[in-house]
Design a binder for this molecule. Structure first.
Ligand code: 5GP
Ligand code: MG
Length: 181
């Protein structure tokens, strides 16, 4: 485990070691399993690429009901800031009418991305949408949309690692790092 990493021009220090991330994922998976245990439909696990790739993989291994995996690719961040505009870089390839969906997101900041995706899924006829996020910045989140499963809450700082990037670098680290300011 590196105590510090450098990505492009910025330095980041260790914030959440993998052991803590793992425990939080165990707990959130348990809650989801409880809610979906014995379900008769096949819910969709919707991975929001690219950031939630590692979280989705770790979470999925722990789910014990039959689910279908789908992904979409969205982008709203440039550098270390949200642009407030959500770009859909890769859309849904499947008919989701009447399906229950669990969105798997890496981090909810302002909530613009989730609100946007939630609206898009409703428009496409999803029967029910739940949101599962690995991280939430409660100080920044101001939307009415309920976040059903939050694995960890963090202060309003810019973080990288475990799927999260700074201009495409940092996704591969298994621990989470915070911008050193
Ligand atoms: P929102 O739309 O909620 O403001 O932003 C959500 C998206 O912005 C996340 O899916 C993530 O891609 C990106 N994001 C928000 N906060 C951070 C952060 O601290 N670090 C990184 N690397 N990305 C973030
Ligand atoms: Mg994301």
């Amino acid at each position: 485990m590196e105590p510090r990493i450098k990505l492009h021009d910025k330095s980041f220090k260790l914030f959440l070691p993998y052991s803590e991330i793992e425990t939080a994922i165990d707990q959130v998976a348990e809650r989801i399993n409880k809610d979906f245990h014995g379900c008769e439909d096949v819910p969709i696990i919707l991975c929001v690429l690219n950031g939630s790739i590692l979280f989705t993989a770790e979470l999925m291994k722990r789910l014990d009901f039959n689910a279908q995996f789908l992904s979409v690719r969205l982008s709203s961040y440039q550098g270390t800031r949200s642009t407030g505009e959500v770009q859909q870089l890769l859309g849904l390839t499947e008919d989701i009418r009447g399906r229950r969906i669990i969105i798997i997101e890496d981090i909810v900041d302002t909530g613009t991305t989730m609100e946007n995706l939630h609206g898009m899924l409703l428009e496409k006829g999803a029967a029910e949408i739940r949101i599962c996020t690995m991280l939430l910045k409660p100080e920044v989140y101001r939307k009415a949309l309920p976040l059903d499963y939050v694995a960890m809450e963090i202060p309003n700082r810019f973080i990288v690692g475990f799927g999260l990037d700074y201009d495409e670098l940092g996704r591969n680290y298994k621990d989470i790092y915070v911008l050193d300011s």
